[in-house]
Write a protein that binds this ligand. Structure first.
Ligand SMILES: Cc1cc2nc3c(=O)[nH]c(=O)nc-3n(C[C@H](O)[C@H](O)[C@H](O)COP(=O)(O)O)c2cc1C
Length: 169
């Protein structure tokens, strides 16, 4: 028997695929960096996951079409801010087109100038270690230089296209 060398064409629609992916409940992050002119950039992302404990590695993926792609592709560092239950408005703002995303947002500069958002559950300050082109996204693997956690903070949760502050049982 010869083994297949490539996948068969999908038997489902893009809508089916999105819907099935949406059953996987995730946290919500805002990934931030500065661009080549020193301007803060950031977007809402739930593609975050852990990769390795030693060395400490995490990953997330960014649409090739994202406006912030040049900043993340070329920058030395980014910060992954894990949003707390009170930060739903920030999640929505950092996913919306056209908004001045950082207007009125309290943050400090982390490694490489990447904004660290006040009130986040946890923050991973990453060296931009490697990037992998796959389909319509680029997978970023970050090497965590510093991480911090806010004691007692509850996470924001995303499931089925909706935000939750607690998962219903
Ligand atoms: C809950 C949620 C999760 C998202 N996750 C991602 C993600 O992991 N990667 C991505 O490229 N876009 C993701 N998006 C969409 C981006 O936030 C959105 O397209 C944003 O406007 C991109 O900003 P930019 O074009 O300024 O870079 C997500 C949106 C939402 C609401």
């Amino acid at each position: 028997m010869t083994l297949p060398t490539r996948a068969v064409a999908p038997s489902f629609t893009p809508q089916d695929f999105r819907s099935a992916l949406g059953t996987f409940a995730t946290g919500v992050t805002i990934v931030t960096a500065i661009d080549s002119s020193g301007q803060a950039v950031g977007l809402t992302a739930n593609s975050f996951n852990s990769v390795s404990l030693s060395p400490p590695l995490v990953l997330w993926s960014l649409a090739r079409s994202a406006g912030s792609m040049p900043a993340f592709a070329r920058g030395s560092h980014y910060a992954i801010n894990i949003l707390s239950a009170e930060q739903r408005d920030l999640a929505e703002r950092f996913a919306a087109k056209g908004a001045d995303r950082f207007a009125g947002v309290a943050f400090r500069e982390g490694a490489g100038g990447a904004p660290i958002l006040e009130g986040a559950c946890a923050v991973f300050e990453c060296f931009n270690r490697s990037q992998y082109e796959e389909g319509d996204h680029i997978i970023f693997v970050g090497e965590v230089e510093r991480c911090e956690q806010r004691e007692g903070a509850l996470p924001l949760i995303f499931h089925g296209g909706r935000y939750f502050t607690e998962l219903p049982l």
